[in-house]
Design a protein. Structure first.
Length: 224
């Protein structure tokens, strides 16, 4: 079955170019030229969304935040914004990657393929119990304390999954960023540190002890 990509951009030439490119490479595509249309088509559960930040009727960040409540697929921003602060806000809204305009369609295609491969790998995972209180279901993408779910944002769970699947192994902030935010990204230590802080706060709020240890000057590891 073909994977479906929702392409959201207010420039007709970009919509046409990207739709033709992904159709040629074996995907199914949907297109939207504004935020309202994007929200409606997102309800059709695409496998991945390419989302322009600067739309005429609605900011892409708002769209991303609104659809994250019921959409778990990767969302890749198409944007000319390159500041770290913009990236932090975007990742906080639920984005998975940034594609900076102007971009190479070949690189974009490679990033899309990498994100979709990751989704397929996740679908083959299972639940693992770490102790009497803590369990992680990698298929459901959910963390449990005594069978009570602990909600995590998409990237928070991705980091938790990376560390918990390699207990005792130290990952630098740059390595975590490369694994979680994927293909061809430069390291963003401030983004990783903020996500680690949020994960720890949610674990502590649920009554769980420290699971992620900071190795000062090196990175982070999952406590065995």
């Amino acid at each position: 079955m073909k994977e479906t990509i929702l392409i959201v951009d207010d420039e007709p030439d970009i919509l046409s170019m990207l739709s033709d490119f992904f159709l040629y490479n074996g995907y199914s595509t949907m297109t939207a030229a504004c935020g309202a249309e994007a929200l409606k088509k997102a309800e059709m559960q695409p496998d991945l969304i390419l989302l322009d930040i600067n739309l005429p009727d609605m900011d892409g960040l708002e769209i991303c935040s609104r659809i994250r409540a019921h959409i778990s697929c990767p969302i890749l921003f198409l944007t000319a914004r390159v500041e770290d602060s913009d990236k932090i806000v975007g990742f906080g809204a639920g984005a998975d990657d940034y594609i900076v305009k102007p971009f190479s369609v070949e690189e974009l295609g490679a990033r899309v393929a990498a994100h979709l491969r990751r989704e397929h790998r996740k679908s083959t995972s299972s639940r693992i119990r770490f102790n009497d209180e803590l369990a992680i279901d990698y298929t459901e993408r959910c963390l449990y304390r005594k069978n009570a779910p602990i909600p995590l944002a998409r990237k928070e769970f991705d980091i938790l999954e990376l560390l918990s699947r390699h207990p005792g192994q130290i990952f630098s902030k740059e390595q975590i960023y490369e694994h979680v935010w994927n293909y061809g990204c430069d390291g963003e230590p401030s983004v990783v540190a903020e996500h680690i802080r949020r994960i720890r706060a949610k674990l502590a709020s649920a009554g769980l002890g420290p699971c992620i240890e900071t190795v000062w000057g090196v990175g982070y590891k999952w406590v065995k």
